[in-house]
Write a protein that binds this ligand. Structure first.
Ligand SMILES: Nc1ncnc2c1ncn2[C@@H]1O[C@H](COP(=O)(O)OP(=O)(O)OP(=O)(O)O)[C@@H](O)[C@H]1O
Length: 367
């Protein structure tokens, strides 16, 4: 099942910020897990960067509070405000800001100076290895590609042994190929480091791949927050009605069909076939299923080209946009979304509680 969305404050990040500018008010309370990646997600202007800057102490909110794994960095009721340069945090921006006159190695070492030896929990070597930048150490920043520069910036942030890593759209300035190159490194951080990451993004595919926890912002307020498996299928939230609406399914690699180059994942005892043979047997993986790739059938059919036909129960449905109906399904205890035409929903008599079959046309393996 999904991870609990309520987080004990001492173990996680507990924050509350209020800030009023002309035309924009941020009023947000957050409880984030102390591990893994929390994505701040929302439209342009919803306040993602402002919230991240409040976490860094770069914006001074009124009546603010911030505790990171039990350490209080801000508590305006007690006059506590740890300035940014005294907070053990790493901040990665959209564009890497490396010192142009220093080599990659010197850039990395520069960041280390302000970290006392006793505070070093991530060694420079470990950060270099995690981001795969050994071959770049003697280069000057001007001779790095955008993706390489960003990997150096992330390694530099990590090498300061932060207790919190803040990332503001770190892939936004990169083209699709560079993004694809860097994503595996971000996933490694996730698996290998015990540092909470707050990651701003408005790209659904990044959120699907990296996030464990999602905070959906709208107009400076938290519209919803929780484990990604819980938030994404919620029909009352705008995202479920987006063209790219998806759910993630955590599954295990359970078998292969070498002849047809297929891999069998298993979740809740059900098989889910994906094309390709890349994932090692036994691995825990995350798959993404788009709402538009799921159709419904009243009987289990084997006369179509669709490989994945799963028994499902209708949980709820919603007419999000004219002519379209979004159906939330329970499939072996996991949520799936199906987007079908309203005409089909009416003709099939779809209603909550109904048992039927979900035909899953496409499954993407994310990690
Ligand atoms: N220093 C400032 N003074 C006044 N208003 C500001 C300031 N910085 C940002 N804003 C406004 O606050 C709102 C939230 O901005 P913010 O950059 O946090 O949004 P965002 O969700 O990160 O957007 P994007 O995805 O476009 O980066 C916007 O309306 C912006 O114009």
């Amino acid at each position: 099942m999904t991870a609990p969305s309520a987080v004990a404050p001492a173990a996680g990040i507990d924050a509350r910020f209020r800030l009023a500018w002309s035309g924009f008010v941020l009023d947000a309370a957050l409880q984030l897990p102390g591990r893994g990646v929390s994505a701040l997600f929302g439209h342009s202007g919803s306040g993602k960067t402002t919230l991240l800057r409040c976490l860094a102490g770069l914006e001074r909110s009124t009546d603010g509070y911030l505790a990171v794994r039990g350490e209080v960095w801000q508590d305006d009721t007690r006059g506590v405000f740890v300035p940014t340069h005294r907070r053990p945090l790493g901040y990665v921006f959209q564009e890497a800001s490396l010192f142009p006159h220093l080599s990659v190695r010197r850039n990395l070492e520069f960041g280390l100076k302000r970290v006392a030896a006793a505070e070093r929990r991530v060694s420079l070597d470990h950060a270099i290895a995690l981001l795969g930048i050994e071959p770049l150490l003697e280069r000057m920043p001007e001779r790095l590609s955008g993706g390489e520069r960003q990997r150096v910036a992330i390694a530099r942030a990590l090498a300061t042994s932060p207790r919190l890593l803040l990332m503001d759209e770190p892939l936004a300035a990169l083209d699709a190929q560079r993004k694809a190159e860097i994503l595996p490194y971000l996933e490694r951080l996730h698996g290998e480091l015990d540092i909470p990451v707050v990651y701003v993004s408005h790209a659904p595919e990044e959120v699907a791949r990296l996030a464990d926890h999602v905070v959906l912002l709208r107009d400076g307020r938290v519209l919803a927050a929780g484990a990604i498996e819980e938030v994404m299928p919620r029909l009352d939230l705008p995202f479920a009605h987006d063209e790219e609406a998806f759910v993630v399914v955590d599954a295990q690699v359970a078998g292969r069909d070498e002849r047809f180059a297929l891999t069998r994942l298993e979740f809740g005892g059900l098989p889910l076939w994906i094309t390709g043979l890349d994932a090692p047997l036994g691995a825990q993986v995350r798959a993404r299923v788009l709402a538009r790739d799921v159709s419904l059938a009243l009987a289990e059919r084997h006369d179509s080209s669709i490989l994945n036909v799963l028994p499902a129960r209708v949980v709820s449905l919603d007419d999000g946009s004219p002519g379209r109906t979004l159906v939330r399904l329970d499939v072996a205890g996991r949520a799936l979304l199906a987007r079908i035409t309203t005409r089909s929903a009416v003709q099939m008599g779809i209603e909550p509680g109904m048992e039927l079959f979900a035909q899953v046309k496409g499954v993407a393996l994310l990690r």
